[in-house]
Design a protein around this ligand. Sequence first.
Ligand code: HEM
Length: 113
Amino acid sequence: MNTQTETRPAATTPYDRLGGKATIEAIADRFYDLMDSDPAFAELRAMHAADLAPMRASLAGFLTGWSGGPRDWFEANPGRCMMSIHRPLPIDADTARQWIVAMRRAIDEIVTD
Ligand code: HEM
């Protein structure tokens, strides 16, 4: 009998460890709030539509499934590829860096433990 298997704690996903839906939504909201308010992200903001509400929902949905939570975004967007979505966009090294810096800041502010 494999007692090690029986005593091992239930596997958790990054989604669960982060705090689930509330945390993922807070990260996506903070990310777009920063993009919308900090001039350091002006070029990145200019690439996005005036109304960021659809992006907030889409990014949170994608990150939820990607991190191991409910896969509603992937089921609603069968075959939708993140690389293909971005391929036609005029992303350069500077706007890519702005995305990473904004996301890093959002995560640092929201995920405190
Ligand atoms: C390399 C830096 C990136 C830049 C400059 C960038 C920029 C953009 C832009 C301009 C849009 C379209 C916005 C609009 O139509 O208003 C978009 C859509 C999106 N991006 Fe990015 N992005 C980047 C990286 C990422 C990464 C790493 C992820 C995932 C972790 C991501 C997730 C998304 C999602 C989920 C959408 C919405 C797709 C949809 O629902 O159609 N992006 N991005």
